[in-house]
Ligand binder design. Structure first.
Ligand SMILES: [Fe+2]
Length: 475
C-alpha cells in the first residue's frame, strides 16, 4: 500500500464494533503508582452503542451515551459504567429498533423530537451540579445521574424553568464565585437566528438574555469570564428546514461558508449586550481552551481549525483527510472593540479536548492539556495518539506523550491538583489498546507527560474512545 494511503489507526474499528456492557467492579491491581493526592472520581462520557435493530450508525456523534466513573480512594479503585437512559434510549429499547434520526444518520420513518430537532443520545459531556451528575448531549436538556451509581434519575429541567425545546448546549461553564451555571443555546430559525445566554443560580432561578446572530451558526462551546461570555462564531451554518422538512441528518444540513468569515462575539453577561464583534479570519473553533480578564484586556484561548471537523467523524474511518489546527491566544481591548494581538501556539497538528486547571477560573493561567494526532497532515484514517502539555509562557508544548503503536487516547484529559499546594498535579486520560482490545485509564505527572504514565489502571472490559471528562475531588 502506498504510504499516503496508509491506515494510521489500525485496529481502531474493534473499539466501536460491539457496545460495551454496563459494569461495576473493583480494580485490584494497578500498574505503577497513582499519586496519593489523586482521590476522587474521574468521570468521562461518550458515544458507545453504534447499532440497533440492524441499523449501523455512521457518525461518532450518533452513539448512545455511556457514562463512566473511575473512583480512586483510600480503599483502591472502582469502575462503574452505565448508559444514560434518556428518552431516545428508553424508546428504542422498548421497540427493539431505531426510532430517532441522529446527527449523522437518517433512515426511512425516522422521527425528530417534536418535529423540530434531534432526540439527544446524551453522549457529549457531564458535570456535577447540585448533588447530581448532569449528562449533556449536543443540544437539549441534560439528564441527571446518580453520581455514585450513574443510574439515570431523569430529565433535568431546572425545576420546570426550562423545557424540552429550550436550546441548551453541551458545554456549560461554572462561575465558582457566584455559584452559577452559565450556558447558551442557538436557535437556528433562518429568519431570526439567535443565541440565548442562561445564568442558572444555585437555587435554580434562571436569567435569560437573547443575542441576535447574523447567521444560524453552529456553536459548540464558549468561554466565561467575570464580566463576559465569549463566542467564537464560525460560519458553519445549519439549514434547519433541510432537517425538519428535507429529512436530512444534521451533518448534511451543515454548510461551511468560509467566505462569510468568523467572528469573536463578546457579550456582557449582565446585560446580554454585544460589547465587541470582531473579525477573526476564516477559522473554525469547536472548543475553547480558557479565557480571563487582565486589567482592561480580555484574553481568550481557542483551538482554531482550518475547517469543521464533524465530517471527519465517520465511524470507524475517523479523520481520513489531512487537517490542521492551532491553539491561538486572542488579546482583545473590549472597549475599543479591537483585537490587540493573536498569539499562535506552536503546535499545528489536529488537536482537541483541551483542558486546564479549573482552579484557575477567571485568572491568567499557564498550562493546559489536550489530545493530538501525529499523522494529521497525511491522508488515511487516524486517531488521537498524543497527550500534549501546553505552556503559554513557552508558546509551545512543554512536553508530549506519544502512545505505543496501535494504542489510542480517547477522552478529555482531566487535571487533578495536589491539594496540599506543592504545585504538583496529575492528568488522567483513557487509552484503548487495539491489539489487546483492552482499555485503561492512564495517570500522568501533569508537568512531565513525556515520560509516560505514572500508573495504568486497567479496565476489565474495553470501552470505546469517549469525549469529555471531569474530575471531582473527594470531600
Ligand atoms: Fe465538546
Amino acid at each position: 500500500m502506498k504510504d499516503d494511503l496508509r491506515d494510521h489507526a489500525p485496529g481502531l474499528e474493534r473499539a466501536f464494533a460491539c457496545p460495551p456492557a454496563e459494569n461495576d467492579y473493583r480494580i485490584d491491581v494497578v500498574e505503577g503508582k497513582v499519586p496519593s493526592y489523586v482521590r476522587g472520581t474521574y468521570y468521562v462520557i461518550g458515544p458507545a452503542r453504534f447499532a440497533r435493530g440492524g441499523l449501523r450508525y455512521r457518525h461518532w456523534l450518533d452513539g448512545d451515551g455511556l457514562a463512566c466513573a473511575l473512583h480512586l480512594g483510600e480503599d483502591g479503585a472502582r469502575f462503574v459504567s452505565r448508559y444514560v437512559r434518556g428518552t431516545k434510549l428508553i424508546t428504542e429499547e422498548a421497540r427493539c429498533r431505531p426510532v430517532f434520526r441522529t446527527f449523522g444518520t437518517a433512515f426511512p420513518g425516522d422521527r425528530l423530537k417534536r418535529g423540530m430537532g434531534l432526540e439527544s443520545p446524551l453522549n457529549v459531556s457531564l458535570y456535577p451540579w447540585q448533588g447530581s451528575l448532569l449528562a449533556f448531549g449536543e443540544q437539549g436538556l441534560p439528564w441527571a445521574l446518580d453520581p455514585i451509581t450513574l443510574d439515570s434519575r431523569g430529565e433535568h429541567d431546572f425545576g420546570g424553568r426550562l423545557n424540552a425545546v429550550s436550546p441548551f448546549a453541551a458545554h456549560p461553564s461554572f462561575d465558582p464565585e457566584s455559584g452559577e451555571m452559565v450556558n447558551f443555546g442557538v436557535s437556528f430559525a433562518p429568519s431570526s437566528p439567535s443565541l440565548t445566554l442562561y445564568h442558572v443560580a444555585p437555587e435554580g432561578a434562571v436569567r435569560r438574555r437573547r443575542v441576535r446572530l447574523e447567521h444560524p451558526a453552529s456553536i459548540h462551546d464558549f468561554a466565561l469570564t467575570r464580566r463576559y461570555a465569549v463566542f467564537y462564531v464560525s460560519p458553519y451554518l445549519l439549514d434547519l428546514p433541510a432537517v425538519t422538512e428535507g429529512g436530512l441528518p444534521l451533518l448534511e444540513a451543515l454548510r461551511w461558508r468560509p467566505e462569510l468569515g468568523s467572528r469573536l462575539l463578546v457579550v456582557e453577561r449582565r446585560s446580554g449586550e454585544v460589547k465587541a464583534d470582531l473579525d477573526v479570519g476564516r477559522g473554525y473553533c469547536l472548543h475553547v481552551i480558557g479565557a480571563f480578564e487582565d486589567r482592561r484586556r480580555l484574553v481568550i484561548d481557542v483551538v482554531e481549525l482550518d475547517r469543521p471537523v464533524y465530517d471527519q467523524y465517520a465511524v470507524p474511518q475517523l479523520f481520513p483527510e489531512p487537517q490542521e489546527a492551532e491553539p491561538a491566544r486572542y488579546v482583545v481591548a473590549v472597549e475599543a472593540s479591537r483585537i490587540l494581538e493573536r498569539r499562535a501556539f506552536d503546535y499545528r497538528l489536529l488537536c482537541d479536548f483541551p483542558h486546564h486547571d479549573p482552579r484557575c477560573w477567571g485568572e491568567d493561567y499557564r498550562h493546559f492539556w489536550m489530545l493530538g494526532i501525529g499523522a494529521s497532515r497525511r491522508p488515511g484514517r487516524k486517531f488521537f495518539d498524543q497527550l500534549v502539555h501546553g505552556d503559554w509562557h513557552l508558546g509551545r508544548p512543554a512536553d508530549v506523550y506519544r502512545t505505543p503503536e496501535d494504542v489510542y487516547l480517547g477522552g478529555e484529559p482531566a487535571f487533578v491538583a495536589d491539594p496540599t499546594g506543592t504545585g504538583a498535579g496529575a492528568v488522567l486520560c483513557p487509552a484503548y489498546d487495539a491489539r489487546r482490545h483492552a482499555s485503561s485509564i492512564l495517570v500522568f505527572d501533569a508537568f512531565d507527560v513525556g515520560r509516560g504514565p505514572l500508573a495504568t489502571v486497567p479496565l476489565k472490559a474495553p470501552i470505546p474512545p469517549l469525549f469529555h471528562a471531569t474530575f471531582k475531588a473527594e470531600g
